[in-house]
Design a protein around this ligand. Structure first.
Ligand code: AMP
Length: 125
């Protein structure tokens, strides 16, 4: 079910549990601001999720309330994860769902990194 991204942060969401080490994941990267792991249900040969360490529901919440260091750190981490995975030359796609129309399912901001094949049109019609 899509989340209501206007709700307060729920620290029992699945990515919060992954960040606390309560649920296993296939970790890719970690630094002060961000954590990255493979999506459990990959939609492309490479499908990595990057999440900020702070408690932000969505892109809207993050861009309103995170401080400049968190925002810069997170954006740099997304780029580094893609670079370290060798995705720059062939290219990759970033996607962040926010709110009901986007079908955001997990109420902790995450950026999807898709790569490893031609990714087709931007949106299904
Ligand atoms: P979204 O629809 O943008 O909220 O995407 C949520 C993503 O989280 C989906 O691609 C799921 O496959 C992924 N996901 C859900 N649970 C886990 C988990 N435990 N470990 C890794 N990825 C997960």
């Amino acid at each position: 079910m899509a989340v209501d991204a206007t709700l307060p942060y729920d620290n029992q969401n699945i990515f919060a549990k992954i960040l606390r080490g309560e649920i296993p994941c296939k970790q890719v990267y970690e630094d002060e601001f961000a954590f990255a792991f493979h999506d459990i249900n990959p939609q492309a040969p490479t499908h990595i999720l990057v999440v900020p360490k702070g408690p932000y529901v969505s892109w809207d919440d993050f861009s309103r309330h995170a401080d400049d260091a968190e925002i810069a750190g997170f954006i740099r981490a997304v780029g580094k994860v893609a670079r370290d995975a060798g995705l720059v030359e062939r290219g990759y796609r970033l996607l962040a769902n926010a709110g009901p129309d986007s079908h955001q399912e997990v109420p902790h901001l995450h950026v999807h990194i898709f790569a490893g094949q031609p990714l087709g049109p931007m949106l299904a019609r």
